[in-house]
Design a protein around this ligand. Structure first.
Ligand SMILES: CC(=O)[C@@H](O)[C@H](O)COP(=O)(O)O
Length: 255
């Protein structure tokens, strides 16, 4: 089980809800993914009828835990305002903190992210910050009390996959809260690698919503996350420089 704060999930794949070709495709892809946590930008909510944000209207929301995110925020104060809005609408007390520090790379602002996380934790939110793959920052966020850490694999929407597996593995190794690899996943192999590295989950959006067949890709991501997790639990063999025969040599006579 993936445990985040007081909540438990059997799926380790978290899915974004943006940029699908249609709401019907979004619904089918969400179902095919098996995801139980769906993230969305609060700025897309219809705040005048918050009981049913229209971009989620096809989904049976009783089946999912919603993870609003603060996309669009560039300062801690903006992120906190957005998070309060999400909480006031009654959707969920979890918040994915996303404070962007650079418009071109969409990489997170570490200082504002840390400030926002601190303020939101004080207000009683379940806080999941989107962060860079900086090992020390990840530790600082955990020490603040964040309920999960979400380091990026590579820039949002880039599909470049895991650029720095070493840093991710350091973050995973030292974390005592779930580590969810977020952003930049391009294909199932990237998701499987994240899980094989020991990540507790993977959050992705563009790889599914932008695929030629989003529903099929959602299924592929589900299987990749499951396979990666199984592989991690099974314990992969260490890499060696030279060959070693796969068949036992004992008992063979050399002629
Ligand atoms: C949906 C969401 O929260 C994104 O901001 C997230 O970071 C996913 O990134 P990709 O679209 O690269 O998967």
């Amino acid at each position: 089980m993936l445990k985040i704060g007081p909540y438990e999930f059997s799926s380790r794949l978290l899915l974004g809800t943006g940029k699908y070709p249609s709401l019907d495709v979004q619904k089918e892809a969400v179902e095919a993914s098996g995801a139980e946590i769906l993230t969305f930008a609060v700025r897309r909510m219809n705040i005048f009828s918050p009981e049913q944000p229209n971009f989620l209207e096809q989904l049976d929301l009783s089946k999912y835990k919603l993870l609003p995110n603060t996309a669009g925020a560039k300062t801690a104060e903006e992120a906190v305002r957005i998070a309060r809005l999400a909480k006031a609408s009654g959707l969920c007390d979890m918040i994915k903190v996303e404070v962007i520090g650079c418009d071109k790379t969409l990489l997170p602002d570490p200082i504002e992210t840390l400030k926002a996380a601190e303020m939101l934790l004080e207000e009683g939110f379940i806080v999941l910050p989107y962060t860079s793959d900086d090992v020390v920052l990840a530790k600082r966020l955990e020490e603040l009390g964040c309920h999960a850490i979400m380091p990026g694999a590579s820039p949002i929407g880039s599909g470049q996959g895991i650029i720095n597996p070493l840093n991710l593995s350091f973050i995973i190794e030292q974390a005592n809260v779930p580590v969810i690899v977020d952003a930049g996943i391009g294909g199932p192999a990237d998701a499987a690698l994240a899980m094989e590295l020991g990540a507790d989950g993977v959050l992705l959006n563009t790889a599914v919503s932008g695929a030629a067949d989003p529903v099929k890709m959602a299924k592929a991501m589900k299987l990749a996350v499951e396979a990666g997790r199984l592989g991690y639990e099974a314990g992969r063999i260490p890499k060696k420089r030279y060959a070693s025969a796969s068949s036992p040599m004992e008992g063979m006579s050399v002629v």
